[in-house]
Design a protein around this ligand. Sequence first.
Ligand code: ADP
Ligand code: MG
Length: 466
Amino acid sequence: MGAELTEKTSLNDLSTIWKNCLGRIKKNVTQMTYNTWFLPIRPLQLEDNTLKVELPSQFFWEWIDEHYNSLINKTISEVIGPDAKLSYIIDSNSDEDSEPPSNYNETNEIIVKEKLKVKHSFESYLNPRYTFQNFITGEGNQLARAAAGAISDNPGGTSFNPFFVYGGVGLGKTHLIQAIGNEIVNKFPDRKVIYLSTDIFTVEFVESIQSNRVNEFSNFYRGMDVLIIDDIQFLIGKEKTQDLFFHIFNTLHQSRKQIILSSDKPPKNLKGLDERLISRFQWGLTADIQPPELETRIAILRKKAEVYGMSVSGEILEYIASNITSNIRELEGCLIKILANASLSSKEITFELVKKTVNEIATDRKKNNINIDSITKVVCDHFNIAENKIRDKTRKKEIVQARQLAMYLSKEMTNASLKTIGLHFGGRDHSTVIHACTSIENSKENDKSVREMIEDLKNQIELNTA
Ligand code: ADP
Ligand code: MG
């Protein structure tokens, strides 16, 4: 609960209080709503629990009052206190008839107004962490990086429109496309740049249908100078969203606004996506990001270590980079884990610690790739039974044994819970899984052939998922 405020609050405090309010509001509304209706609100003064704000127009006030009255009241009472009230004035520079509303009577006190006025209010939803400065270039991302630079010098003005970046997980797609956005915002502060994931785009679209505001939704995105949409492969199977996106794409492209997209595959492999979109995605530049080679991996690690303020020897960096090869997120994760382990035990970063951490990461990765289905398959193959049989209620000895083994291996080799394992094997409950595990443990202890069989099965499962 906020402090009761009786005196006039300083400008600084006011801005903190309002930021706090905005933070809460942001969690409750869509990006579009937040940008359209809340960001333009200017806090002016807080006196006797009354927060005075400035709004761009009368229409604006009516809209907010009608749709977000309870959200605003709830928010200010949480932040300022239970007696908080809101009063407002209309921006005197507004184009509309700026007759002040009836509850406004203190014109002369509004001295802070000019100071607070910011020319451009717009939230891009970009993460400032993703910049070109901390993006390491190597063979695998050279073309994408070069195009990204050209686009941020001249958004919408190059032939790289749309700019379509694709590549596997954790290779830097999100980082790169957000870095373009951040750079553009820096260079051209009055351009409207927005970043969002395809999932958020879809959710907002569905909400706009429910609240009868599809036009507003569509106009908002058609009004962007730079539209950045991440993981566009998630449009597959969402026909209505694809259709709307198609129209937004056309409007933006025709007016030479920059479109930036990322995906896990190149456009032509996006099976199930509208052909019209696939062809448009290829109008500009398609660039892939390949996994980084050893040199680049070392350079990335060195940069990250520097950012975290860790001192790690070149040998250690090389060891990590040689053992973690598939993706950059994992490299970064490894470094963080080492840092955490070292600070937990207030130990230095030794080679032992690094080896241990790299091994843990490799084991985690294996666990993530191995799943109950792949285990079931290997076990069923071994006993030569059909996979659906293992879920049956039968008490046939052979099937019971296979099922118990599969349950035991699922517990050993995956992170699945007892409940999940039980569900996979014909909806059995977790005590059945525990029973299966103990009974296999017992026969393992007493029977060498069981031990050997389990080793064989494990090897086979790992081989299948390597
Ligand atoms: P993707 O979107 O392709 O799955 P991300 O952009 O989320 O991958 O990258 C994963 C992590 O690796 C992020 O923390 C990102 O900052 C980092 N990263 C990726 N590529 C680079 C690079 N070339 N230089 C520095 N850091 C990178
Ligand atoms: Mg990503």
